[in-house]
Design a protein around this ligand. Structure first.
Ligand SMILES: [Zn+2]
Length: 162
């Protein structure tokens, strides 16, 4: 069985897959708050060495189950496709092997940035898509001029107001 891990920082998400019976681990760089699938790579050293190599000593990496991991990949793929981002063939092959395309993604495109589960309303999602498209068009993705935003669900919103 593969083992799955995810790390979170505001602004990006790393999904790591320890492939069953393989030396290499798969690393996905994701942006579930804007453009979805960003990059992927393989590495062959222990996961705890990754933080040092990335210069992110404080990064928290937790193990997640297969369903959570595939859900994350499905969601990020859906985000990228929605923005007309081209997914290269080798990445598509990897996702196919991971069974990402076995079911169509029917979840929300973007979820609450705070609790990660709460639903955003249609206007919030439209706003994110609009900004993401503008940033893509203006080549701002992965630059320090990338538009920053933070959208939270109504439940988190009411807790902020307490
Ligand atoms: Zn929330």
């Amino acid at each position: 069985m593969n083992r799955y891990y995810k790390s979170e920082e505001l602004g990006f998400l790393l999904l790591i897959i320890e492939l069953h019976k393989e030396q290499n681990k798969l690393l996905f760089l994701l942006d579930p708050w804007k453009t979805g699938l960003k990059d992927y790579d393989y590495f062959d050293y222990p996961i705890n060495e990754l933080k040092g190599k990335l210069g992110l000593d404080k990064l928290v990496i937790t193990e997640i189950d297969n369903n959570q991991a595939i859900h994350i990949l499905r969601q990020n793929y859906a985000i990228s496709i929605n923005l007309d981002i081209t997914i290269d063939k080798s990445l598509k092959n990897i996702l196919t092997k991971l069974k990402v395309f076995d079911y169509e993604y029917t979840g929300e495109l973007y979820t609450c940035f705070n609790c990660e589960e709460g639903q955003l309303n249609d206007n919030q999602i439209k706003e994110i898509v609009k900004i993401a498209k503008e940033d893509l068009q203006n080549n701002l993705i992965n630059t320090d001029k990338e538009t920053q935003y933070y959208f939270i669900c109504s439940k988190c919103e009411s807790e902020v107001q307490k």
